[in-house]
Design a binder for this molecule. Structure first.
Ligand SMILES: [Zn+2]
Length: 395
């Protein structure tokens, strides 16, 4: 079935916005993206923007039950927040965790997310995400700083990978949790796999630990009985020995020195989680400086344990409003195509281009004018009435 949509603005992201342009879909693919006047639309979405499906490159759906319960600390007390997360996780039954993942997924879908990079303890999200109308990379989390725990984490992850081959919409990845909680050998092992995500340079405590093997994370890890200084990687090593073939997503990178930009390749990406970053009161994130150095930066929500909702467009709007000098075009790219590239899905989605999957969101626009149409999209508020087309079908 072939049909053509129009709206006040179409944002292909791979090209300039098209005022009253059209997008034509045949089955699950985009077959034309054209300026106004070339084709008669079957449906007019009115005063709205048609944008590529949103890409949430970093979240933890299994923490969706924690909304509002684990108030973020300031940046210097980050280990205290980790303590809260661990205590919270211990209260959840497997049934509750599965329900939490479903609830988080429903929220992602409602806001127009069509591709999600989900960090999943035990890989629990796989059966849920792989059956849902969404694309996903399920990153199974690996924890273990001591030799014994690292071996166990690797053995179970390796087994999990073998039993979870990619599907049409869902791909498996691995996620050593962070350099303070995953042994150096785990980072070496995952480097052989195609899709990897880790938290990196998130807090001052992490920087102190990796540089000097001291600071508040030592006591935190000792309390848990998992401290082993010999297990620590260095974060120089993480980037000087880049993965041979895989995609590597670094969540946060709040304190990563900019000089390291030269070590990034097109396979490396930084995932900036704007409202979570602000909630922890870190210094301003240097995402603009990374972008200026040619490093790909995409957006994530992180989890509901630190974020008010899972609305990726709200992250983009927050960035635009907090950094007025940052071009709207760049912000929209960070929310869509950059995330698809980071997650290895850009051949299929992330922009409105002929041959790609018809994954798009219709976002109502305000009754106002703006010299740059990105302003209309990014200055608007609220999440009402978004409609999402996924693989050519209204979701
Ligand atoms: Zn995270």
């Amino acid at each position: 079935m072939v049909f053509t949509l129009t709206a006040r603005w179409i944002f292909p992201v791979s090209g300039p916005p098209l005022e009253r342009g059209t997008i034509t879909i045949d089955g699950e693919r985009i077959v034309a993206v054209e300026p106004h006047g070339r084709r008669t639309p079957d449906e007019d979405c009115g005063n709205a923007a048609i944008i590529p499906g949103l890409v949430n490159a970093h979240t933890h759906l299994d923490l969706s039950g924690a909304r509002g319960q684990l108030p973020p600390t300031d940046a210097d007390h980050f280990p205290d927040w980790l303590r809260q997360v661990i205590a919270y996780r211990r209260t959840r039954t497997p049934q509750q965790v599965a329900a939490d993942i479903r609830a988080g997924l429903a929220e992602c879908l409602r806001f127009g997310t069509t591709l999600v990079g989900d960090i999943s303890a035990d890989g629990t999200a796989w059966p849920i995400l792989s059956a849902a109308p969404v694309r996903a990379v399920v990153f199974r989390e690996l924890l273990g700083l001591t030799d014994e725990r690292a071996w166990h984490a690797w053995a179970t992850a390796d087994e999990w990978l073998r039993h979870h081959p990619p599907t049409a919409t869902c791909r498996p990845g691995l996620s050593p949790h962070a350099p303070y909680s995953a042994r150096a050998t785990l980072f070496d092992w995952v480097a052989r796999t195609p899709l990897v995500a880790t938290h990196l340079a998130e807090s001052p405590a992490e920087m102190e630990l990796l540089r000097f093997h001291r600071g508040p994370l030592v006591a935190f890890l000792q309390e848990l009985g998992v401290w082993d200084a010999d297990g620590l990687t260095t974060w120089e090593k993480l980037l000087t020995e880049p993965p041979s073939a895989g995609r590597y997503l670094f969540a946060h990178a709040n304190y990563l020195p900019l000089a390291w930009a030269e070590r990034f390749t097109h396979r490396h990406s930084i995932v900036y989680c704007p409202r979570t970053h602000a909630a922890f009161r870190h210094p301003p994130h240097p995402f603009r400086q990374w972008c200026a150095r040619g490093v790909r930066v995409c957006l994530g929500t992180d989890s509901l344990a630190s974020n008010p909702d899972l609305d990726l467009l709200a992250e983009a709007r927050w960035v635009r409003q907090s950094y007025p000098d940052c071009p709207g075009e760049l912000v929209l790219r960070m929310a869509t195509l950059a995330g698809a590239q980071a997650l290895g899905w850009a051949d299929a989605c992330g922009s409105l281009e002929v041959g790609k999957s018809a994954d798009l969101v219709v976002v109502p626009l305000p009754n106002a004018d703006a010299a740059d149409p990105h302003e209309l999209l990014l200055r608007a508020e609220g999440a009402a009435e978004r409609r999402t087309l996924f693989r050519g079908v209204w979701r």
